[in-house]
Write a protein of this length. Sequence first.
Length: 353
Amino acid sequence: MLSSMSVKNLTVFSEVIFNFAENLNVIIGPNGAGKSHVLKAAYTVAAVSAWGEKDSGSATPTKSYLETAIAKKLRGVFRPDELGRLARRQSGRSRCEIEAKFKAKSLRLGFSFNTSSKTEVAVDHCPSKWEGQPPVFLPTRELLTIYPGFVSLYETTELSFEETWKDTCLLLGAPMAKGPRLKEIQNLLDPLEEQLEGKVVLDSGRFYLKTSNGTIEAHLVAEGLRKLAMIARLIATGSLIGTGSLFWDEPEANLNPKVIKKVAKTILQLCQSGIQVFVATHSLFLMRELDILLKQAKKSGGLSGLERRFFGLHPTGEGVSVEQGETIDDIGEIDSLDEELEQSDRYLESEAT
């Protein structure tokens, strides 16, 4: 579980520290403010730490392995021409530095590279242990419809898609979980399958929604429901059970407000189950819905112990700055949100005249 991440000279950021909550983390900002970059940097750290033991064949992390693995993962996730392109643009050379701290101090990982780096990363702080649970990254679009053959094509062909797509497709294709976790899995699946009005099944390499009226190809299911179906499948395989982490980039993309409400509810259910969730968004509707659900749950005592953290990204001449706190009111004014509020005011005024 990530507790903080300090970033220096990464893309649009000069020097910032993100102090994460154990449950819900919402990153808010206008386009170009680096929301996705925060998610991708944190995901890279979590993924390398989680898969390190299996990929390296060693029970103990080593600098030599991490330097290669981190560089490869950064290039796969961000897709720059060269690694140094991820360092913040400014006069002269600059050095990008990233340090991630976990709840377990033994997992702390720090690394750096400069603007001239092609594939070279220096590990400045090596963890003494590996993380156990692989993270999940959901991009802005659903992946059920591209799943058939995507992983094999990605591994044998030079494709421009981000590596997060391949990682998630591998998790989507994992076998269904069995054993003592089934009760917990079903408790999370029941409300999702109620919203989907069916179960997500994988048959002959393709995904379907099995309903009481028959089986429907994933391609024929509304995109918003396909996003919920991805979550349902990842829960069913055990990828989103226990103490894992979910990174979700603009979950509201291409969704109508009715489905966004369902997505917000699902996010909080995952948080309540023990998953650390990271969401990047510029949707006022999604944030309001999360706020409403949190307030309703607080009154009923349902989510009283849920930790949440909001991060407001603010572009400046010296790089993007970050304001953070437990409520939306703590993160300063976000221009894109103000525009939505201002439009609502103008609409009400036009209706009154």
